[in-house]
Design a protein around this ligand. Sequence first.
Ligand code: NAD
Length: 260
Amino acid sequence: MIDFTDKVVLITGGGSGLGRAAALAIAKQGAKLVLVDMNKEALEESKTEILEAAQNAAVELVEANVTNEEEVQKYVQFTVDTFGKIDGFFNNAGIEGKQNLTEDYGSDEFQKVISVNLNGVFYGMKYVLKVMKKQGYGSIVNTASVGGIRGVGNQSGYAASKHGVVGLTRNSGIEYGQYGISINAIAPGAIMTPMVEGSLKQMAGDNWEAAGQEFVSVNPMKRFGKPEEVGNLVAFLLSDSSRFINATVVNIDGGQSYKY
Ligand code: NAD
């Protein structure tokens, strides 16, 4: 059902976690990939893993910082110059930021998180949409979070940025549907990636694994999500099988966001 033969997919945050998992899922279905990340070593690791799983995959790497509009413009242009088009865009790079109560949340920290998670996603859409509009087709998946649809606490910057990603998604989704372009967001709950490990270490230090178990004990499924589960969802949303899904937010959290 999901076939990426001759498709070109661009992924930010492709060096780790959800970006890498989506790249793997999509490469296995035949796509040509451009992976963007500010961490060059991580990008190389992703490429190695992808080529182990899909030997004939075409994978290009771009080291770029998504907070820099010029660098965003360049990674988009690189993709078009290299592969001639962009069918799918996983606009995913993000950071959590330091957790703190609103009154103690550093203003610099707030700006930093907004800059990566919201400005970075906006710049990515801005330049990719110019390409997709000319093509008359394309799919975009922006990474929001449960923190973009619910209050989580201690995460002013993250919550503001991810709610912003949901707003951008809905706004652009209704603008570009007429051009054959779908734009959706995903709202993952706690998925075990290096980011979540870092978050648990912020909360519990050396006891992070026990804290993690306690954290997921209130999840209806009593576990963390797996990166590949998110990768499969992203592959579906970027594929031709989901063309009429537009301007929406898909939760992937074991049901946690509906529990109270
Ligand atoms: P991760 O830390 O494993 O991967 C994030 C990647 O983004 C890293 O490779 C990092 O180098 C890259 N990156 C960070 N800032 C960048 C920048 N300015 N420019 C370019 N690359 C940059 O984290 P992850 O868990 O895979 O998170 C991916 C996305 O998913 C983020 O937007 C995150 O907020 C979101 N998310 C994650 C979870 C979860 O539980 N893991 C839940 C909800 C949302």
